[in-house]
Ligand binder design. Sequence first.
Ligand code: BMA
Length: 317
Amino acid sequence: MTELFTRSPANPLLTADDWPYPVNSVFNPGAAVVNGETVLLCRVEDRRGISHLSVARSADGATGWRVDKEPLVAPGDHADSSRWGVEDPRVTRVDELDSWLVTYTAYGPEGPGVALATTRDFRSVERVGVVLPPADKNAALLPRLVDGQFALFHRPMSEPDRRADVWLSRSRDLRSWSTPQLVLAARPGGWWDNVRIGMGPPPLWTPQGWLAIYHGIKEVAAGLVYRVGVVLLDLAQPQRVLRRGEDWVFAASAPYERVGDAPNVVFPTGLLHDPERDQVRLYYGAADSCVALATASYSELLAYALSCPEPDQSRSW
Ligand code: BMA
């Protein structure tokens, strides 16, 4: 398979050195286009190890970043379910709300839970708070309603077998969510996504289905390796997988992906489609240390997804 994604020559786009105050690391950004500018909502880990979410803006999405001096979403106080940090945001434009919805992980003594906030301008947020209790994370909302309902992918951790797969829940009010339906499971044995998987950025609408990027984890002697895969989901029933790639489409190879706080991690969280350039921009965290960008041709990526096998229900991986 030819490489679908090309790394930006400006990588790493953002590191701790770009922050206006001392921090440990900057990674796993949600992405949006706001008034023609690219806005990244970055996870910033401070020097206590607690994360907050801060905005960086750029005219071309790769260079000339301007970083806000104050967090957009800060961790909660002592009694709060996010007292140990707010992490891994995904950002979805929701026209029905005339807002962007931020889905993020609220981390506290109970574990990681799924939390929501809305913003109209990336200068202030309204917090909805935790909507799916621990242990749950990797939440990404579809940009369109399905049967009049919001559709949210998320990754509950089931006990006692500690399975960690991608599920879908629906809601009319963003607060109460339906019983989850299984979408995509980790593949056992030697597969690259055999330990845990999680939805990446909010999937892209295409005429052929929802084009979705996910991360998959494999455990090797040296630790965990995070890679990136592609699936195509049914437009009307997004819990139905139409196609699933067998190979990963993106994996750590650059020095800033191989070396850092968490080596060999690429963690995709932002995906922007520019129809005029037939381009998608994938923003990701590298090695839990910096923010990076890889681009692909939209039509090549979609053609690749359509060429992948249909999942065979009778086959057990
Ligand atoms: C996951 C999340 C991500 C992180 C990744 C690799 O569980 O916590 O924030 O990037 O692990 O360490």
